[in-house]
Design a protein around this ligand. Structure first.
Ligand code: ATP
Length: 132
């Protein structure tokens, strides 16, 4: 059995699909959402998400929220890429930029939290693209 999944980003609809399981990571750990799951809201970390659609698909997500009710799953994410669409070189450059900013700890103009989150997004993309 499959349920409906809608994925939205600030740019609009990313994907509408059907899945038999959605695997996500919340601050409490891994969660698998199966058909007929009870109504739930799950906060998502910068992490990997997999979904069994026609085949198992793997995505990098940069946080967000998952909402499930009546066999409808809605996922809101700031950014998402299918592993196939991840540009490794771009992510490596983003990682370098973030690491460089984090080295400038004494520069009050640098927003360290923003640099850390940016680094997390880059590392997440790199590790997912490398199959981890
Ligand atoms: P960058 O500094 O390279 O833009 P970022 O982490 O600041 O990285 P985001 O703000 O998370 O980028 O994403 C902006 C848009 O670019 C989103 O649509 C996201 O899916 C896409 N994107 C970001 N990095 C990559 C990447 N390495 N490969 C493919 N798409 C990416």
């Amino acid at each position: 059995m499959k349920f409906d999944v809608t994925i939205n980003t600030p740019q609009g609809l990313y994907k509408q699909t059907k899945a038999s399981i959605v695997n996500v990571v919340s601050p409490d750990g891994q969660r698998g959402i199966l058909p007929n799951h009870m109504p739930i809201v799950v906060s998502l970390t910068v992490s990997k998400m997999t979904m069994d659609e026609e085949e198992r698909e793997t995505y990098a997500i940069s946080g967000g929220v998952l909402y499930f009710r009546n066999n409808r799953c809605t996922i809101l994410v700031p950014a998402i890429e299918n592993v196939r669409d991840i540009d490794l070189e771009r992510a490596e450059k983003a990682r370098e930029r973030a690491e460089e900013r984090l080295r400038q700890v004494n520069d009050e103009h640098i927003d360290m939290v923003r640099a850390q989150v940016s680094l997390q997004r880059a590392i997440n993309r790199i590790s997912i693209k490398n199959g981890r």
